[in-house]
Ligand binder design. Structure first.
Ligand SMILES: [Zn+2]
Length: 167
């Protein structure tokens, strides 16, 4: 049983299990459902409040935010690209909320979420190092982590910090 983002309750049950059994199970867990719903709602409000700090509705707001972020990110990209010996083909910015950055392994283009601007600078640096590192290793395997240990040793703390903000 789990709670969907909209508060719906989803129950998985084996085929053939009588509906009354499922209903009884749900009825017995109403307390749990109520608590889980409250947690989901609180988390959503927290997320909305976090992303709401950076309004990106108008073109002007987006352009200004991108300019501010680019001023922070470009020097970091240059530094890490030099250290790692990689060359990203393009750096772009999008208002993504599902992830902080993306790396296209085929084109070597890297995209950062504009909301990265809401992170402390050392966490922005972590996102930059992480995405550039994908130019050396596409997957999050042991080699990737070894490379991160080498180029951004504090990556575990940064990952933990950014996950807390986001989740
Ligand atoms: Zn990654």
């Amino acid at each position: 049983m789990r709670i969907a983002k909209n508060g719906d309750v989803h129950v998985s049950a084996p085929v053939g299990l009588p509906r009354t059994t499922v209903e009884k199970f749900v009825a017995e867990h109403l307390n749990w459902i109520e608590q889980a719903r409250k947690r989901t709602l609180a988390r959503q409000q927290q997320r909305a409040a976090f992303y709401g700090q950076l309004p990106l509705k108008t073109r002007k707001e987006r352009a200004e935010a991108i300019a501010r972020l680019d001023a922070i990110v470009q020097p970091m990209v240059e530094r890490y690209a030099r250290q790692m010996g990689v060359t990203p083909s393009a750096i772009t910015y999008k208002a993504m909320i599902s992830r902080w950055g993306m790396c296209n392994i085929k084109t070597h283009a890297i995209c950062f979420s504009i909301y990265t601007l809401l992170l402390p600078e050392w966490c922005i640096e972590h996102v930059v190092a992480h995405e550039l590192c994908h130019l050396l290793e596409p997957t999050h395997n042991a080699r990737f982590h070894a490379l991160m240990d080498q180029y951004f040793p504090n990556w575990r703390a940064a990952r933990k910090h950014t996950r807390l903000i986001q989740s």
